[in-house]
Write a protein that binds this ligand. Structure first.
Ligand code: 8YV
Length: 333
């Protein structure tokens, strides 16, 4: 009998087909966002769960779903999953890194440029029919080329954004990360490490790409925004909750910084109402990784992981991007 798996949201038909070759699949073609109780109910008897990045997997859920052996997510961020709790219960966890790095960096750069050059704000003005004449400073924004690019969180996506800025736009790159990059990598990227305080004060365009955790909650709030230049922009493509959205809306209104670009929000898909009424912010619905080829690659990678994770044959290949592969060692002994 094929193992049973739950696919938590609508995914591409070809990925579903592949999963059906290996598993008895319960899919979610209606793309309903299940409540926690519904998720637990649907996970009964399931060996695997295909996650799309938002379903919370914690100790209580795991204890209520004793058949679960693998949770495989098609997102790179896995702050929704309690990995130690999974490991303690022998549940394999995987995420989907690498396949989205370049696409997400493209979007981060695009959002930063849209923010600096006031593209959304001016488009809304045009659509409202308010464009009646050319003016010398009509939607005049900040330059991107040659400006200092600040990157908070220098992982794979941060480095891909640094390359775009340094090579394509002649931007001096400064960054802050808990661990400094290898000097050779710094030299290759043309990037200089700064303290967080120095980074905030130095960047003309600050892009946030740190993972979300208890430590990065409200990493940028009122005090941090006050350290930034009044001409600076802030772009967040990482996770909601890293920036204090209420403080950011107030800072944008007060002119503490010039503008912001946000793809992620605290409590999304809800957006802080203050952000919706501020003009100098570009808002997008968590789509940084959303090119079709990349979303397909993310889904395929999650499927690869799920198929390998539930393959109990001795010597079976390891899931390619497992976060706790040690649980398989235990299981396959
Ligand atoms: C996903 C993301 O689209 O991979 C991530 O961590 O934030 C996005 O690429 C998102 O997680 C889906 O919920």
């Amino acid at each position: 009998m094929k193992p049973q798996v739950l696919v938590c949201r609508r995914i591409f038909p070809e990925t579903l087909e592949r999963l059906r070759e290996h598993f008895a699949v319960e899919a979610n073609d209606a793309d309903v966002v299940w409540s926690r109780d519904e998720l637990i109910a649907r996970l009964q008897g399931k060996s695997g769960a295909f996650l799309t990045g938002t379903q919370p997997i914690d100790a209580t859920l795991l204890d209520a779903c004793p058949d679960l052996r693998a949770v495989c997510s098609m997102a790179v961020g896995y702050n929704n999953i309690d990995v130690p709790a999974c490991t303690a219960r022998g549940v394999l966890v995987s995420n989907a890194p690498d396949v989205l790095t370049e696409t997400t960096a493209d979007f981060g750069f695009a959002l930063m440029m849209a923010t600096a050059r006031r593209i959304a704000e001016s488009e809304h003005f045009l659509r409202r029919g308010e464009w009646t004449k050319w003016s010398v400073d009509l939607f005049a924004g900040a330059d991107v080329h040659g400006a200092t690019l600040g990157i908070l969180g220098m992982g794979r996506i941060g480095r891909a954004i640094a390359r775009r800025g340094a090579r394509g736009f002649a931007m001096p790159v400064v960054y802050h990360n808990r661990s400094r990059l290898d000097p050779a990598v710094e030299a290759e990227l043309g990037a200089r490490w700064l303290t967080k305080e120095e980074l905030l004060a130095t960047a003309d365009h600050l892009v946030i790409v740190v993972p979300y955790s208890a430590e990065s909650h409200h990493l940028v709030g009122e005090a941090e925004l006050k350290r930034m230049k009044p001409t600076a922009t802030l772009t967040n493509i990482a996770r909601g909750g890293i920036v204090d959205d209420r403080a950011l809306a107030a800072a944008l209104r007060a002119g503490t910084i010039a503008a912001a670009g946000l793809d992620v929000f605290e409590g999304e898909p809800a957006v802080h109402p203050d952000l919706l009424t501020v003009a100098n912010v570009v808002l997008t619905p968590h789509i940084a990784s959303a090119s079709l080829p990349t979303r397909r690659a993310m889904a395929e990678l999650a499927a690869d992981n799920l198929i390998a994770a539930l393959d109990t044959r001795p010597g079976a290949a390891l899931p390619p991007t497992a976060l706790n592969p040690e649980v398989l060692g235990r299981r396959r002994l």
